[in-house]
Design a protein around this ligand. Structure first.
Ligand code: NAD
Length: 319
């Protein structure tokens, strides 16, 4: 099958490209390498070099529409994005241009190519805002209430996808992802606390926990997330589905688990609470199980071990 993966050189996108390459699909990656890297695609190139085409292109550029129209994919996975909540508050225009103008460029390519469906990476941690604790884990009936421009653009993205479906017959599934972690996550960014802790713990540097550390997140392993995208190829048309574990893990708990795994017993440093962060978060994945037959397979403990192993191997490569 011919598919396009926008953002395919990124953390989640490259895990998805690996699964597609192993299955023998023909893949066109469109990425501007702003946060992604060629290195993330090495495994996929080794698995199927002749079936993997990589185009260095910004999704805001009209060239994106042409690339997709010419490639004629059956399915588009749309993961390229301005994915930083804080950056969206600082510069909402860049967020809007990347996450919505870019999306329209991609959708127009799909329309011209008569693509069967698009599978879109949305954000379950932001589109629902901060609901009451008794609503956790959140299901898809939770009212939308994004609290950042990023949350708004991700929510609007899924509405555009529904609109293209009814206007042009381009099918769509939106996956509202929880906090994704695993190999290849960038430890230098704002997000990705697992990657940040992994980087610091392996260097023997202290980790900082901002606020009480009792704030919770729903950590879902990247391979499981890539599998949810794969499961959406044939199922889930017209749906928005939560992709998480349904389990809350506090940042304190996460730190303990990771420190134990590397054999460190020192306490983390305390930083002042960051404004604008939600207190608790978890997503109910039952609808995804019903519709896609998908559920997360990797326990947090196993996922942390694989992630640390990967960061350790990179450290050795770079030393
Ligand atoms: N990581 C998470 O926990 C999480 C949670 C919810 C949603 N998401 C969504 O999943 C998707 C992938 O996120 P990720 O964590 O892999 O981030 P990432 O930054 O590793 O991947 C994004 C990719 O898109 C590319 N990109 C960015 N802007 C682009 C542009 N204008 N044109 C072309 N390519 C561009 C980047 O170079 C990168 O390869 C994003 O849409 C993000 O919003 C991620």
């Amino acid at each position: 099958m011919r598919v396009v993966v926008t953002g395919g050189a990124g953390f989640i996108g490259s895990a998805l490209v690996d699964q597609l390459a192993r299955r023998g699909d023909q893949v066109l990656v469109i990425d501007n390498f702003s946060t992604g890297s060629e290195k993330n695609l090495e495994e996929a190139k080794n698995a199927s070099a002749e079936d993997l085409v990589v185009e260095n292109c910004d999704i805001r550029n009209p060239e994106t529409t042409k690339l997709i129209a010419d490639y004629k994919p059956s399915v588009i996975f749309h993961l390229a994005a301005q994915a930083d909540v804080r950056a969206s508050v600082e510069d909402p225009l860049i967020d809007l241009e990347t996450n919505l103008v870019g999306l329209i460029r991609v959708l127009e390519g799909g329309r011209k190519a008569k693509t069967r469906k698009i599978i879109f990476a949305s954000s379950g941690g932001t589109i629902y805002g901060e609901p009451e604790a008794k609503q956790l884990p959140l299901n898809e009936d939770t009212p939308w209430n994004p609290l950042s421009p990023y949350g708004v653009s991700k929510l609007a993205g899924s509405l555009y996808i529904n609109t293209y479906s009814s206007l042009h017959g381009l099918g769509g599934t939106t996956l509202a992802l929880a906090n994704v972690y695993g190999p290849r996550q960038d430890p230098h960014g704002e997000a990705g606390v697992v990657a940040i802790f992994a980087g610091k713990l392996l260097k023997g540097e202290p980790c900082t926990i901002y606020g009480t550390g009792m704030q919770t997140r729903d950590f879902v392993y990247v391979e499981d997330v890539a599998s949810a995208f794969m499961a959406s190829i044939e199922k889930g048309d017209g749906k928005l589905l939560n992709i998480g574990t349904g389990t809350e893990t506090s940042i304190q708990q996460l730190y303990k688990e990771m420190a134990l795994a590397v054999g460190i017993d020192s306490a983390p440093e305390k930083g002042t609470e960051r404004s604008g962060e939600i207190e608790r978060s978890s997503l109910d994945p039952s609808l995804a199980e019903k519709v896609l037959g998908w559920k997360p397979k990797t326990s947090l403990r196993d996922g942390i071990h694989s992630t640390l192993k990967w960061f350790e191997s990179k450290k050795e490569e770079n030393s």
